[in-house]
Design a protein around this ligand. Structure first.
Ligand code: ATP
Length: 328
């Protein structure tokens, strides 16, 4: 068999779920179907691979899912796949079905697992970046990020209404794990007074200065967006320190949490997922292996999984500056 020949593939979603994973799955299944490649879905990520939970998929199995959040294949975090024995079971199940290659929709953990697996057993793998955190190198955006960003923006807009009505200070925590992309962009989009992200060294003193400036400027309410990975401390610690510094402030803390993962994917996420799902199958047909399909400057690119995991997209420093200037 030529390296580029693929006859049977399997696709799965793994790690944290993200809106648009279904759209990506649809694109993978239908592209495979178009090119007469047999396609299996694996339920619950690596767990399903180990437990032999495969389902044959065709163009009609993915009908009506482009609008749906979550993932119809379900996702899971699999401890067993981190063991050699677990991966051996998974490989045996793939061999029994004659599967040539895997399309792995997930985040960096999913890609790390795929790379280990591919190096160990020689199975061909291609990644599709599906995570709300946008923390994957090799693509300008990950699938789910835009939807999560819009969910965070809508929620913070609503908080602004109540903040203004009561002259309150709100600290709002958004998701993103160790990355501040959701915080930075949702903060800019909602006109936050300050944005605390792990990529920048923040201090309580600077935060206090910002509050003092805001008071002088006549602001009576404000919103501070805090990334979940912020290094200054937990959002509760930051709020407590602020209360100590400004006892008169009426302070509230809101942790947006899992609503950011849900909902129907945005247009941008559906388009991205469709392009990357298609790109993954085309990549496999062209002999790609251990790479991730991504979009950079509106072009489909393949980045070695090794790089996608190890390197990081930088925060745009201009955005931080713009948000400071616009918050005066
Ligand atoms: P998100 O960024 O949204 O959390 P993720 O893909 O990074 O998604 P993880 O839970 O980190 O989510 O990884 C998904 C799964 O990948 C793990 O549950 C595990 O089964 C597998 N995995 C991660 N790291 C390894 C590894 N070093 N070796 C084998 N498998 C791994």
């Amino acid at each position: 068999m030529k390296e580029s020949e693929v006859k049977k593939i399997a696709v799965f979603t793994s790690g944290g779920d993200a809106p648009g994973m279904n759209a990506a799955l649809r694109a993978v299944v239908r592209t495979a179907s178009f090119y007469n490649i047999e396609c299996y879905g694996i339920r619950e990520g690596y767990n399903g691979m180990i437990n032999n939970d495969f389902i044959k998929m065709g163009a009609r199995s993915v009908k009506n899912i482009i609008t749906e959040g979550g993932t119809i294949l379900k996702s899971a975090r699999s401890l067993e796949f981190k063991t050699k024995e677990g991966r051996q079971k998974a490989y045996d199940n793939l061999v029994a079905r004659g599967i040539d290659a895997l399309v792995c929709i997930g985040g960096d953990g999913t890609f790390t697992g795929a790379k280990v697996f591919s190096e160990e057993f020689g199975i061909r793998v291609i990644g599709v970046p599906g995570t709300i955190d946008n923390d994957i190198f090799g693509t300008d955006n990950t699938i789910g990020y835009d939807t999560a960003l819009n969910t965070a923006m809508d929620a913070i807009d609503k908080i602004r209404d109540t903040a203004t009505s009561h002259n309150r200070v709100f600290f709002v925590e958004v998701m993103g794990r160790d990355a501040g992309f959701i915080a930075l962009n949702s903060g800019l989009a909602t006109g936050a007074l300050d944005i605390l992200i792990p990529e920048r060294k923040d201090s309580i003193e600077e935060l206090f200065e910002t509050f003092e400036k805001a008071e002088k400027a006549g602001k009576s309410s404000s919103i501070v967006v805090v990334a979940e990975g912020e290094k200054l401390g937990s959002i509760y610690d930051i709020a407590k320190a602020t209360k100590n510094g400004f006892p008169d402030y009426d302070i509230r803390v809101v942790v947006l949490g899992h609503i950011q993962r849900g909902g129907s994917p945005s247009c941008a996420d559906r388009v991205l997922a469709s392009r990357l799902g298609y790109g993954a199958v085309i990549g496999l047909m062209n002999g790609q292996n251990q790479v991730m399909a991504g979009m950079q400057s509106n072009r489909l690119v393949y980045t070695p999984i090794e790089e996608a995991i190890k390197k990081h997209n930088e925060i745009d420093q201009d955005l931080l500056k713009i948000s400071e200037i616009l918050a005066i």
